[in-house]
Structure formats: structure tokens, C-alpha cells
Ligand binder design. Structure first.
Ligand code: ADP
Ligand code: ASP
Ligand code: MG
Length: 408
């Protein structure tokens, strides 16, 4: 007997018919005698609808209340799926994150899971039931409802699989696996049979929303066998592997992009020790995460300092920076919230030179200006104007032959 955790995303439970189809799929597994826990997202569009309503009430909605609101989407789908299963003669029981008890910290809208009490789930599984758990949510020590950040149902799925020591965790979505890049942007994108954790972590952290980054972190840490598959078509999907078992690893395995960033620059900053921390500390104090940072070489004793933040934090960060600008006697604050970050990722990059120059040449040939660059051993990221997103992704996909299977 095996234990499985299946997670179904928003599109996979987007209509009554889809939920019924999920119930059929789940029942088949249970009928073979295996145990199955199902994690569901809210119906597609529902989380956005709830957030929009909150914003109509309060420009910056109160975190606790926002979490109370946006966690409801998942509660709806768990109950509906349990009913659909019962209707098929398959005993099922739905749980919210709080009922399970998925204990998190208290950082509303981006809480982290601390501990999972799996006793009720195990008891239900032993009793032959399918357990249906609301994704994306937990509860803090004081009993407040928390949510795990957008895409957080993936993390609920993997965390439950880790807690239950499940044999496999399947993430069912609207694409049939992890592709070389988002197939919605580049139709020539190719599905990968497998991808290493290291690469998947990098892809997720650089914006590939097919898996939430924390779910990949969890899977890596707790050895969860993780697969991304389509809930609409049959197939093997993509296996996330620990080691690259392919004989030769590809130079580049994928292209990720992130539309959620914004760029801020403070110009004419006195070039002296301690300035970077004076600029960034008040931003960090507000829990605003900073991504890329660039400081120009100094001219006439002053320098320019540029960094990127999440677009949701743009207005807040700009305001903080304007205050710092006056304090430091710097020249001005410039902002641009219509940029994107595009990254090429691959463990094969480690052992090959010349990747960056191919990337930059390709973008130059399309007349795309690079505003910022950052590199690590297995990725190169550039910031460009958002109007070039598709052009840049497609040009890079072609330049690195990503539409062709495993070229080294
Ligand atoms: P779900 O609601 O099932 O969680 P998501 O929208 O969160 O689905 O994630 C699936 C989407 O991720 C796909 O529809 C696709 O547009 C996008 N995506 C981005 N990058 C990739 C990639 N490299 N491979 C596959 N899908 C990707
Ligand atoms: N419903 C949440 C979201 O849209 C969580 C998820 O689907 O993973 O982000
Ligand atoms: Mg998702």
C-alpha cells in the first residue's frame, strides 16, 4: 500500500465539472487500496476576486483580515470535492489548514509552515477515507488564520507529503509538466522529463510559477518524490530529481522571468562607508525584500544606487527612499515599475564559458537594452523593459536551442 498526496491547482478545480473529474481520478487511486490525501486550491480566479474586494475596503488591507478572507476560496473547494467523492461512494473528509493543524508563524500573507499535526489525517486514512485539505493556509499559535503566499497550495501539498512520508507527491496543474520556459510565452517550449532540485529551485525563485519556491525547498529538504503533471491529460509529467542522471546535462535547462519586480534608484548618494546599509535597513525594517542591487562606480564623490523590489512594495519602498534621500542629502529618487527580470538557468553553465556573452549578444541583436545584470554559478539574470519580455524570451530560447532535446 502506498501513500500519495495529490495537489490540484485552480484551473483543475475551476468548475463543478472539473471538481467531479478530480473526484473520479482520486477515487480510482483509493479503490486500488492506496491511501490518498488531496490538497486543493481555490477555483481559478477566486483568490484574485477576494483580494480585489479587500482592496475596495482598504487600500492596504489589514493582513489578519485579508488572510481570513482569502483563505475561504480553498475551503469552498475542499467541501465541494468531499461531496463529489461521497457522491461516488468514496468516503471523504475535508479540513481547513487550521483544522488539520498546519501551524505557521504569524507573518500574514506570507506565513511559513512550522509544524504539521498529522494525527487526524492518519486516523482518517486508516479508516479508509480520502482526506481533502485546503491548500495555501495555516493557523498561528494564537489561532489566527494565515496564508502561505501566492501559489502556496503547492507548499501545503509538499509539506503534507513530507509529514506523512508519502511515497509520492503529485502536483496536478494546467500544463503537463515543467517546460524549458513558460509555454504561454514561447509555444516552442519543450517539456522536461526531469529537472534537478537545484535547477527547479532557481527557476521557481526567478519567477517560474509552476511551483511555489517554498514547495521545492520542502521537497529537497525532506526528500519528497515530487512530480508535476497535467490534470487534463495522461502522461508522466516532470520528475524533480536529486541528481542529474542524464549522461550529459544540458547547458541551459530553462528560462524564467518575473513580471512582479520594480526598480528604484537613488542618485547622487555620498560615496562613503555605511551608506548602503543606511539605504537598505529602513526598507528591510518594513519587511520589504530586495532582489538585485547595483551600485555604480563613484564620480565626484557621489554614486547611484539601484535595487529591485516586488511591485506590490514599490510605492511603499519609493516613499521610504524619498525620506532617506533627504536625510542623506542625495540628489533624487527614480522609479520604474514596468521592468521584467529574465533569467537563464542551468547546472551545465558551471563548466561552460561564454554563456553570458551569447545571452547579451542575443539581446543586443534584438535591440533590447539591458538595465541590470546579476549572475550566480547556475544562472544569469537581466532586467529589461517589460515590453521586450516575449521577444527576449523567444530569442534566448532559440539562441540556446532549447526547443531541441538535450544538446550539450
Ligand atoms: P495552478 O493553479 O495549477 O497552481 P499555476 O498557474 O500556479 O497553476 O502554474 C501553472 C502555470 O505556470 C502554467 O500554466 C504556465 O503558464 C506557468 N509556467 C511558468 N513557467 C513555466 C514552466 N517553466 N513550465 C511550465 N509552466 C510554467
Ligand atoms: N489560491 C492561491 C493562489 O491563487 C493558492 C494557490 O492556488 O496555490 O495563489
Ligand atoms: Mg500554482
Amino acid at each position: 500500500m502506498a501513500v500519495y498526496v495529490y495537489k490540484f491547482g485552480g484551473t483543475s478545480v475551476g468548475t463543478i465539472e472539473r471538481i467531479k473529474a478530480v473526484a473520479q481520478k482520486v477515487k480510482k487511486v483509493r479503490d486500488t487500496g492506496d491511501q490518498i490525501v488531496v490538497v486543493v486550491s481555490a477555483m481559478s480566479g477566486e483568490t484574485n476576486r477576494l483580494i480585489d474586494m479587500a482592496k475596495q475596503m482598504q487600500a492596504q488591507p489589514n493582513g489578519r483580515e485579508l488572510d481570513a478572507l482569502i483563505s475561504t476560496g480553498e475551503q469552498v473547494t475542499t467541501a465541494l470535492l468531499s461531496m463529489a467523492l461521497e457522491d461516488l461512494g468514496c468516503p471523504a473528509c475535508s479540513y481547513t489548514g487550521g483544522q488539520v493543524k498546519i501551524l505557521t508563524d504569524s507573518i500574514h500573507t506570507k506565513a511559513r509552515i512550522r509544524k504539521i499535526d498529522d494525527s487526524r489525517i492518519r486516523a482518517d486514512l486508516e479508516a479508509g477515507k480520502v482526506v481533502v485539505v485546503a491548500g495555501f493556509q495555516g493557523i498561528d499559535e494564537d489561532g489566527n488564520i494565515t496564508t502561505l503566499g501566492r501559489g502556496g497550495s503547492d507548499t501545503t501539498g509538499v509539506a503534507l507529503a513530507a509529514a506523512l512520508k508519502a511515497d509520492e507527491c503529485h502536483i496536478y496543474t494546467d500544463v503537463d509538466g515543467v517546460y524549458t520556459t513558460d509555454p504561454r510565452i514561447e509555444p516552442k517550449a519543450r517539456r522536461l522529463e526531469q529537472i534537478t532540485f537545484e535547477e527547479m529551485l532557481e527557476m521557481a525563485s526567478l519567477g517560474s510559477k509552476v511551483l511555489q519556491i517554498r514547495s521545492v525547498e520542502f521537497a529537497g529538504k525532506y526528500n519528497v518524490k515530487l512530480r508535476v503533471l497535467s490534470s487534463f491529460t495522461e502522461g508522466n509529467g516532470t520528475l524533480i530529481t536529486y541528481e542529474d542522471t542524464q549522461v550529459e546535462s544540458a547547458l541551459i535547462s530553462g528560462i524564467a522571468f518575473n513580471r512582479d519586480e520594480a526598480k528604484l534608484t537613488i542618485t547622487g548618494v555620498p560615496d562613503m562607508p555605511g551608506v548602503a546599509s543606511k539605504i537598505l535597513a529602513p526598507i528591510a525594517d518594513e519587511n520589504i525584500e530586495i532582489d538585485m542591487i547595483i551600485q555604480n562606480i563613484s564620480a565626484n564623490g557621489t554614486t547611484d544606487f539601484t535595487f529591485t523590489v516586488h511591485r506590490n512594495d514599490y510605492v511603499k519602498a519609493k516613499k521610504i527612499l524619498e525620506d532617506i534621500c533627504t536625510e542623506l542629502g542625495a540628489k533624487q529618487v527614480l522609479g520604474d515599475n514596468s521592468i521584467v527580470k529574465i533569467s537563464i538557468v542551468g547546472v551545465g553553465m558551471r563548466s561552460h564559458a561564454g554563456i553570458a556573452s551569447t545571452m547579451f549578444k542575443t539581446l543586443a541583436a534584438e535591440n533590447i537594452n539591458i538595465q541590470m545584470i546579476s549572475t550566480s554559478e547556475i544562472k544569469i539574470s537581466v532586467v529589461v523593459d517589460e515590453k521586450y519580455l516575449e521577444l527576449a524570451v523567444r530569442a534566448l530560447h532559440a539562441a540556446f536551442d532549447l526547443d531541441k532535446a538535450n544538446v550539450s
